[in-house]
Design a protein around this ligand. Structure first.
Ligand code: NI
Length: 258
């Protein structure tokens, strides 16, 4: 049985941390052997590192999400860089632009995004990118650093096959999660079918975006097989082959042990 790697979890979220042992046991039962806990502000970046220190099968990403960009102080960038040098920190993220909510002013979002992109290159780490309704600006900023020397993931990819191809050209891989299982996700399903098998990683983004039939419920890494099964169906490849390819891409990108 090939290993399932959940490349995007938020286990420090209050909805998950209270039942963490149970949730990790379920993940193990379902074959999820490795997880990457993703930071979105200073506090969750610290929590991610703490989880990675505590659990052998959890790694960490640290970063400031566009929602939190307005709270970033000068000292935070130094603290973040220190955190990023910790042993099991494998990426900078999640970082990017979110023009849907606009919780931070757009110029601030762009500056915080760029500073962290530069940090990732300085440290030799890949990036985990979040973008919502900001695809043009996100790709334009990434273009300045393209091809990204240490790669990255376009997390929870939403967009057309054309945008997906532009992301690949920038040196990114595509992260797909629960949304690919939603009935009305025609575009995401088309992307899943089209993306090269070696340019794809699996993610739950738990506690968010639980796959069908758990849509609307609290998501968890144990639901990752539902995502994998739907993508394998869309691509017309055996499930084991899909899982093995995604795991190989994740191990390679995040430099995870075999
Ligand atoms: Ni996330």
């Amino acid at each position: 049985m090939p290993e399932l790697i959940d490349t995007h979890v938020h286990l420090d979220d209050a909805r998950l941390i209270k039942d963490l042992d149970l949730i990790l046991a379920r993940a193990r039962e379902k074959g999820v052997t490795k997880m990457i806990n993703i930071g979105h502000d200073m506090e969750s970046s610290r929590s991610s590192v703490h989880l990675a220190r505590t659990y052998g099968n959890i790694w960490a990403a640290v970063g400031i999400h566009p929602h939190s960009a307005r709270d970033a102080r000068e000292a935070d960038f130094h603290l973040l860089e220190e955190l990023a040098r910790e042993d099991k920190v494998v990426a900078i993220g999640e970082i990017g632009l979110d023009y849907h909510y606009d919780f931070s002013p757009r110029p601030v979002q762009r500056e915080v995004f760029q500073r962290q992109l530069e940090m990732s290159i300085r440290l030799g780490l890949p990036v985990v990118i979040h973008q919502r309704e900001a695809v043009r600006d996100t790709l334009d900023i990434l273009q300045e650093y393209a091809p990204l020397p240490y790669g990255g993931v376009m997390h929870c990819f939403s967009g057309t096959v054309d945008i997906m191809e532009q992301c690949l050209e920038l040196g990114l891989v595509i992260g797909l999660g629960g949304t690919v299982t939603f009935k009305n996700a025609r575009e995401t399903k088309a992307v899943a079918a089209a993306v090269p098998l070696d340019k794809l990683v699996l993610e739950t983004d738990c506690p968010y975006l639980a796959p069908h039939p758990f849509r609307g419920k609290v998501n968890q890494p144990g639901y990752l097989p539902l995502v994998a099964a739907e993508i394998a169906r869309l691509k017309g490849v055996p499930l084991d082959r899909l899982i093995a390819a995604c795991a190989a891409t994740a191990r390679n990108l995040f430099q995870l042990p075999a």
